[in-house]
Design a protein around this ligand. Structure first.
Ligand code: NZQ
Ligand code: ZN
Length: 398
């Protein structure tokens, strides 16, 4: 049965080769006068993209300044630094060059500058909601988080180890420039982690306990099959433009809510569980998801059996005969084989972490707090369930 829904995807997408040259005209069109460019380590410098962007802005006479040094699992201190800089320099527009970490940092700075008298962390602690946000846009260099079109923003408070999300349409980027060419310099591990994240954004919306639409399912299944096929291609042939383009577009559609229309809001527990792993162990987001998903899936599949069977048949092509439970379990095994085939982990030891029992209990408590009452849809997870999933990922799935 289809639930009521609202679909709001206002981000203008400019996709393909050479599109970065249009950023000056685009920023001007959206009223930017004083732009803060936010980027990460050195990848955007090395590729020459940052220089091109600055040149394009200068050609339109737009003032700009820079904030580099954003790290994966982006940190609150960098956000505060950007807010202080933006206040001093009267910034009115945020332009991220990079992936989810640069874009989310830009979004958080945009929230902070729009309500300068308030602490931006309150949003992530869920003690208030944003009333305003400066305009944000992005030039994407990694297909993964989907932040270029999503309402999401994820920041880590490095002092407490809390990695927290704040979702609000106010921060949806005005435009996203996506040239797949720029993703060719990604290390394989980042490319494939990105592919896992893209799939997971769709799977979180697919494995639900209530509400589905045939069209949404068809879009989701097509997207998932396309990402798997092209993730395998890129594992062998990282310079393949066509595969890069497929993955990049999938990344945006997977997280702009298109694959959730008509469902009940999705499950999102693999994400919530992973965010705690990212906060505590600073793991790469997509790889962390791959490492926790199989244990989550084996823990919950009986509660959403028809969805797991459908997934096994329609996405993974499981053709074997058997009971629904057998087919669902075969599907989970197939996912593990796929993750392995593209160099992704399927448990904590392959991910390279070994949390103690005490750390697992802490992650579960924090996860519960971060959930704000929404603890899943395929199955609502209690803290004991969360601990069981983490322990299965650490000790080997049951
Ligand atoms: O910092 P640089 O030098 O740019 O290196 C980055 C970084 O090390 C590198 N990279 C990016 N583009 C590159 C490149 N290296 C070579 N060539 C390129 N073209 O890749 C590394 C990862 O970058 P990052 O921005 O961290 O990746 P991603 O896009 O996966 O973002 C991950 C963050 O987004 C959050 C994650 O939790 C994580 O913090 N998420 C944000 C969401 C949202 N806002 O809607 C939803 C997601 O579920 C996710 O939680
Ligand atoms: Zn994600």
């Amino acid at each position: 049965m289809a639930n009521n829904f609202e679909f709001y995807a206002p981000t203008r997408v400019i996709f393909g080769k050479g599109t970065e040259g249009r950023v000056g005209a685009l920023a001007k069109e959206y009223g930017a006068k004083n732009i803060l460019i936010v980027y990460g380590g050195k990848s955007a410098v090395r590729s020459g993209l940052l220089e091109l962007v600055k040149k394009a802005l200068e050609e339109e006479g737009l003032r700009h300044l820079e904030l580099g040094g954003v790290v994966p699992n982006p940190r609150l201190d960098k956000v505060y630094e950007g807010i202080a800089l933006g206040k001093r320099e009267k910034v009115d527009f945020l332009l991220a060059v990079g992936g989810g970490s640069a874009i989310d940092t830009a979004k958080a700075i945009a929230y902070g500058l729009a309500e300068p008298e308030k602490d931006v962390w309150d949003l992530f602690a869920h003690t208030r909601t944003a009333q305003n946000c400066l305009p944000v846009a992005s030039i994407l260099t990694i297909a993964a988080a989907g932040s270029e079109t999503s309402k999401g923003c994820v920041i880590t408070n490095e002092r407490t180890g809390e990695k927290r999300a704040y979702d609000d349409n106010l921060a949806r980027p005005r435009f996203a420039v996506m040239n797949p060419e720029y993703t060719k310099t990604l290390p394989d591990y980042q490319t494939e982690s990105g592919c896992v994240d893209i799939m997971m954004h769709t799977m979180e919306r697919y494995f639900t306990g209530g509400g589905n639409m045939e069209l949404t399912d068809a879009i989701a299944e097509g997207l998932l099959r396309t990402v798997m096929k092209n993730a395998r291609i890129l594992h062998q042939d990282p310079a393949n433009y066509e595969a890069r383009a497929e993955i990049m577009w999938a990344g945006s559609l997977a997280h702009n809510d298109l694959t959730g229309c008509g469902n009940d809001g999705g499950d999102f527990m693999s994400h919530k569980l992973e965010h705690e792993m990212g906060g505590m162990f600073n793991v790469t987001h997509g790889a962390g998801l791959a490492a926790v998903w199989p244990s989550w899936a084996r823990h919950v599949y009986k509660n959403a059996l028809p969805r797991f069977v459908r997934y096994a048949r329609n996405v993974l092509g499981v053709a074997a005969e058997g009971s629904d439970e057998e087919i669902a379990l075969l599907g989970i095994q197939e996912m593990e084989s796929f993750y392995h085939s593209v160099g992704m982990p399927v448990n904590f030891s392959e991910l390279g972490i070994r949390p103690t029992d005490a750390q697992i209990e802490e992650m579960a408590q924090r996860c519960l707090a971060a959930c704000g009452g929404h603890t899943g849809s395929a199955k609502r997870l209690s803290p004991e369930d969360m601990i069981a999933v983490y322990k299965a990922a650490r000790d080997g799935s049951v």
